[in-house]
Design a protein around this ligand. Structure first.
Ligand SMILES: *Cc1c(COP(=O)(O)O)cnc(C)c1O
Ligand SMILES: [Zn+2]
Length: 482
């Protein structure tokens, strides 16, 4: 069979509880362990069958699929066998997610940071954040499950810092019946752009006073007691979809990623988990021969994972924190639900990659904003979380944790446009004091009105055009052509 056709291999998926080890069949809707409340990872019991092919054969297959015309294989499911090899071709939802560009840093920016690096622009996904990777998988699974169980209506719910709801609402709107989308947002804590997304997709948008962590507790209660499909990252299918980020990096760099350092913001900690899980699967199958190094990044206003790993190994203890306002708003989470997953995956990562293979950096709000503004002034489209990653890289470089013979890949998890409000606060010096950000006034950029509104009055178009041109010439000091 041609490598570019939909695969016939199917795995056997099981939920595995990271707390008590209980296992449950994959053809059910489960988010937390019914026995102990622990979080799950999904495991393919037939993963070892994939070892019947060599690493080289898998590389050849994935490379061949770059040219596929099968819609179902054009996005994250290019790596079908590694993700959720359960669904049939008709179940796969494809909205153009995944395969986002990796853009090398502009030379001047690279030189000022002192280490080569690239941004992987996950803001170039359909709803403008990486959440689409997970949703494509979760919704494909839901379609498959609805078909199997003959369900005629399923309500999907999620709490969100903005991007989860945008993605969930988009995919639900596309799939249509039997799915219906409800999103729960912390009132006033998502950007206007992020709020417009689920509204535009026709989702039911509900708000509660408080922060993300408060909304999360409410949807968890709902998911435990009512028939709803939870789309937060407790949903393990989302984690599988997000593994595609790791596969794409490996493939882009020719499957040789031993000198790469991957920087990822940590909020609810689903993404960092997924990426580590993805790299470990590649290593297990011999598709890569060495792991890259992973750097999680947190703001000092929401840093529970950093605190945990900052303690000496024998003195680590998990403690959620109360968050303070953060420009990395999508990662402003004090009690990440995926922390047990991070601990599990980081342990495996360090076991295979050495002590330096996983670490967590902490950055200030000031550093995040300065880094985002600098990146974007060099032609990137980094969101605040992308700024957070660059700030993390700069700190790592200063601390000697990375060297110039390595190459960093920074996750810009959303599009800059979603966080335009923070750029505006930076340029206009209007940050509320609790953010602790003082803009560098040299970087401020503002529109300049060249002529007053009254300049239009009583003038014909040609005169106004001439006046406008003269104003531009005066402002820029333009010289006439020879
Ligand atoms: C969700 C999100 C994060 C945080 O990812 P987690 O998986 O929750 O750690 C970071 N950046 C953006 C833009 C997000 O939408
Ligand atoms: Zn359990």
């Amino acid at each position: 069979m041609a490598y570019t056709e939909f695969p016939t291999y199917r795995g056997r998926m099981e939920y595995v509880c990271l707390d008590c080890g209980a296992r449950y069949p994959g053809d059910s809707l489960l988010y937390t362990c019914p026995q102990c409340g622990g979080v799950f990872l999904l495991e393919n019991l037939d993963f070892s069958k994939l070892k019947e092919r060599s690493g080289a054969q898998w590389r050849e297959i994935f490379d061949a699929r770059c040219a596929t015309r099968a819609t179902a294989l054009r996005g994250i499911f290019r790596y079908y066998e590694l993700l959720a090899p359960l669904m049939d071709e008709e179940d796969i939802v494809y909205l153009g997610e995944g395969l986002t560009p990796i853009v090398e840093a502009a030379p001047a920016l690279r030189d000022s940071v002192g280490i080569p690096f690239a941004y992987k622009n996950d803001g170039q996904n359909p709803s403008a954040s990486f959440k689409d990777r997970g949703m494509a998988c979760a919704f494909s699974f839901l379609k498959w499950l609805c078909r199997r169980q003959q369900w005629d209506e399923v309500l999907t719910v999620c709490a969100s810092t903005g991007d989860t709801s945008a993605a969930a609402a988009l995919y639900a709107a596309y799939v249509g019946a039997p799915l219906k989308s409800v999103v729960l947002l912390p009132h006033g804590k998502v950007t206007p752009q992020q709020l417009s997304q689920p509204l535009g997709s026709g989702a039911t948008v509900l708000e509660l006073p408080g922060v993300f962590d408060d909304c999360m507790k409410v949807v968890e209660l709902l998911a435990e007691n009512y028939r709803v499909a939870l789309l937060n990252s407790k949903n393990s299918w989302r984690i599988l979809g997000q593994e595609s980020f790791a596969y794409e990096i490996a493939q882009w760099y020719g499957w040789d990623i031993s000198t790469l350092c991957i920087f990822v913001p940590i909020g609810n900690a689903g993404n960092v988990t997924a990426i580590m899980s993805g790299f470990l699967k590649l290593l297990d199958l011999g598709i890569i021969t060495a792991l890259p190094r992973m750097f999680g990044v947190q703001s000092e206003h929401a840093d529970p994972v950093w605190r945990y790993y900052d303690a000496p190994k024998n003195a680590r203890h998990w403690q959620p924190v109360t968050v303070a306002p953060s420009v990395a708003q999508a990662a402003m989470i004090g009690n990440p639900v995926s922390f047990p997953r991070v601990r599990t995956l980081a342990e495996r990562f360090v076991e295979k990659g050495g002590e330096r293979a996983f670490q967590v950096m902490r950055v200030t709000e000031q550093q995040i904003m300065d880094a985002m503004i600098m990146a974007n002034r060099h032609g990137h489209i980094a969101c605040t979380q992308g700024g957070e990653c660059l700030a993390g890289l700069i700190n790592a470089k200063l601390l000697g944790l990375v060297t110039a013979d390595e190459h960093a890949v920074l996750d810009s998890t959303a599009h800059a446009l979603k966080f335009a409000g923070f750029q505006e606060m930076y340029f206009n010096n209007t940050f509320p004091p609790e953010y602790n950000v003082t803009p560098d006034t040299k970087l401020a950029n503002k529109p300049e009105l060249l002529l007053p509104e009254s300049a239009r009055q009583g003038r014909d178009a040609a005169t106004f055009t001439r006046m406008g041109a003269e104003a531009v010439v005066a402002r820029l000091g333009l010289q006439k052509k020879g």
